[in-house]
Structure formats: structure tokens, C-alpha cells
Design a protein around this ligand. Structure first.
Ligand code: SAM
Ligand code: SF4
Length: 330
């Protein structure tokens, strides 16, 4: 039976985090000294596979692997291969979101396993700025990774978090660079997830403002293009490319929500911006994992909230949610 929540939304999309670890330390995502989970708490390859099959059995036909950085997990490619075998047999699409740091090594294997498109997160094209933002000197590697992915035939979409006073001035450059190579660019508002050193209010840049600035220089026409996610797109006449906007704060997008997220420890979060949780690891480690897993998915449908409750205010220092994006699976 398909997964339908209490607001009659059909859930067909799973974002599955395979690790909370990462080879970068983006300032808006995690602190420099992040405490990572002990490996014993993280789902094994077999558990991740079983879990994904349980979702597919309930009508989920798109899976995005994420993290942390999914490609730092050693057996990641084995999982991609195993899930790739479900393509055309319940699964319509298998994708991943990556920081691109090791894509040059994995691009061919991803393509061979049936991955057709990936999202690469990139917030700047300036090496020094990248080093400050990600706290690692990784820009050349990421650019090589993107080139390798494209050479392997993968469609690449660039995701950029818009950060006040950090990459605000570079958004037109990033857009022209991406469009110049035939890649879409999607901008994301920073979300108040987890404690980081910086103050969220300092980082927060409303995309309404970014869009208005772009419209001073470019002709943006709203587009009907959808990728099944919360991004709303516009065609840019001058660059002949597409720009997406993900606006959890300035524009609520919950009505059409079709997704749930599972952390690397098997916690199902029906909403990225809510506290609801179903423990699927307990189900997977029970005596009857498949039945317990399916029951867990029904529970999740009963508690998925109507909408998220993010807000950023100038005085609230505490994050809206204690968990980091890297833990929930961005
Ligand atoms: N490491 C991979 C990457 O960076 O693409 C996958 C995981 S990362 C958590 C997924 C996405 O979440 C990235 O595009 C990242 O920029 C974004 N992200 C992380 N923390 C965020 C936050 N607090 N607000 C908005 N986006 C965030
Ligand atoms: Fe790592 Fe992605 Fe978070 Fe950056 S955004 S620290 S690459 S998980």
C-alpha cells in the first residue's frame, strides 16, 4: 500500500543519509569540532539496503542518498549498485547530493550503477573564500569532481546556500558559470539547524532579496519546470539557463511535500523542520524487520506535520532544531 499522510499527501521520495561524517566543515552546516556518531550506531550496508527496499515496497520510487558526505562512506558504492538494480523495478530514480570532493574517483561507478543526475553543493568559485567557508582548501578538487561527473554523463545541478556578506556578491558569477556549462543552479536559504559558531541571523539572506537583485540585471521568467522538490524555477533569458529558489523561510512549500528523511542511524524524520521521529533502526533490528519497518512507515504517515516551523529571529540564539543538517540528511 502506498504511503499517504494524514493530509492526503502521497510520499514517494526518500532522502536517505548514509553517514553523518564529512570531509568539509561548512560554517553554516557544522562546527569545526563536530562530534560524529560512533560507527556502531550507524546503519550497516545491509540495514540501509533493507530499509530502502522497505520504502520501495511501499511505493517510494525516488531515493536520494545524502549525508554528511555520502561519498566518504567506504561501502557507499556497493549500496548504490544494490539500489541501482531496483531501477525500473519499483525505483524510478536514484540520485545523490555530494560536496564533490571525491567525485572524480566515483563518477564512473555512479553512472555505471544507473545514477543519471546528481546535485553538487558549491557556494563559491573563489578558492580562498571556499577555504574559509568550508574550512578546507577543496575548490580545485570539487571542480575536478564536477568535470569528471559530466564526463561520465551525469547531469549535474549546482546547489548554493545564499549567505549574507559571504557569497552574496558572487551569485551572478556562479549563475553565469553554471549556465555556461549547461548546469542548473539552485539557491537555498540558510536554515536554522544545529548549533554552529556563527549566528544564523548574520548568515541569513532572504532569497526574495537575491531574486530582486538578479532581476535588476537579468530577465527572469517563472518556469513550470519541477524536479519533484521544493525548488521553484525561473528561466534566465540572458544566460539561457534555469535558476531555482528553495525558500523555506520566505515562502512556505509544505503543501506539495512528497518526502521523508532517514538519518544514518535509522531515525525517520517525517519533516526536516519538525521534531517528529520514528525509530526504524529498532524495527530493522527486531525479530520481524520487514513487518516492523512497514508499521514504522505507517506511524510516520500519521504524525507527519502539515508544515514546518522554521523561523529565524534576530534575538533567538538557539537553533530552531538542535540537529544539524548533516545529521538529518540535507
Ligand atoms: N555533504 C553533501 C553536500 O554538501 O552536498 C550532502 C549533505 S549537505 C547537509 C546537503 C545540503 O544541505 C548542501 O547543499 C548544504 O549546502 C545544505 N545545508 C547544510 N546546512 C544547511 C543549513 N543550515 N541551511 C541550509 N542548507 C544547508
Ligand atoms: Fe559537509 Fe555538506 Fe555539511 Fe558542507 S554542507 S559540512 S559538505 S555535510
Amino acid at each position: 500500500m502506498n504511503l499517504i499522510d494524514q493530509f492526503q499527501r502521497r510520499i514517494s521520495y526518500l532522502r536517505l543519509s548514509v553517514t553523518d561524517r564529512c570531509d568539509l566543515r561548512c560554517t553554516y552546516c557544522m562546527p569545526e569540532r563536530q562530534t560524529f556518531l560512533p560507527r556502531s550506531e550507524v546503519l550497516s550496508l545491509e540495514e540501509l539496503h533493507r530499509l530502502a527496499l522497505g520504502f520501495i515496497a511501499r511505493g517510494v520510487n525516488r531515493i536520494r542518498l545524502t549525508g554528511g558526505e555520502p561519498l566518504v562512506r567506504r561501502d557507499m558504492i556497493e549500496l548504490v549498485r544494490a539500489l541501482g538494480r531496483k531501477l525500473g523495478d519499483g525505483l524510478d530514480e536514484l540520485t545523490l547530493t555530494t560536496n564533490g570532493m571525491t567525485l572524480d574517483r566515483f563518477a564512473d561507478d555512479l553512472a555505471a550503477a544507473g545514477v543519471r543526475r546528481i546535485n553538487v553543493s558549491l557556494d563559491t568559485l573563489e578558492r580562498e573564500r571556499f577555504s574559509q567557508l568550508a574550512r578546507r582548501d577543496g575548490l580545485p578538487q570539487v571542480l575536478e569532481g564536477i568535470a569528471a561527473a559530466r564526463a561520465a554523463g551525469l547531469a549535474v545541478k549546482i546547489n548554493t546556500v545564499a549567505l549574507k556578506g559571504v557569497n552574496e556578491d558572487e551569485i551572478p558569477t556562479l549563475m553565469e558559470w553554471a549556465h555556461g556549462q549547461g548546469m542548473d543552479l539552485t539557491l537555498i536559504e540558510v536554515m536554522p539547524l544545529g548549533e554552529v559558531e556563527a549566528d544564523r541571523f548574520d548568515q541569513y539572506l532572504p532569497l526574495t532579496k537575491v531574486r530582486a537583485a538578479l532581476e535588476q540585471r537579468y530577465t527572469l521568467t517563472p518556469s513550470a519546470h519541477r524536479t519533484g522538490g521544493p525548488a521553484r524555477y525561473a528561466e534566465v533569458a540572458e544566460t539561457k539557463g534555469r535558476i531555482g529558489f528553495i525558500t523555506p523561510l520566505t515562502g512556505n512549500f509544505c503543501d506539495g511535500c512528497n518526502r521523508v528523511r532517514v538519518t544514518a542511524t535509522g531515525q525517520l524524520h517525517p519533516c526536516l523542520g519538525g521534531h517528529e521521529m520514528v525509530d526504524l533502526r529498532a524495527a530493522l533490528r527486531s525479530g520481524d524487520p520487514d513487518a516492523q519497518l512497514s508499521a514504522g512507515l505507517d506511524r510516520a504517515m500519521a504524525i507527519k506535520p502539515e508544515r514546518h516551523s522554521f523561523a529565524i529571529d534576530a534575538h533567538g540564539q538557539a537553533p530552531a532544531l538542535a540537529r544539524h543538517m548533516s545529521a538529518t540528511g540535507g
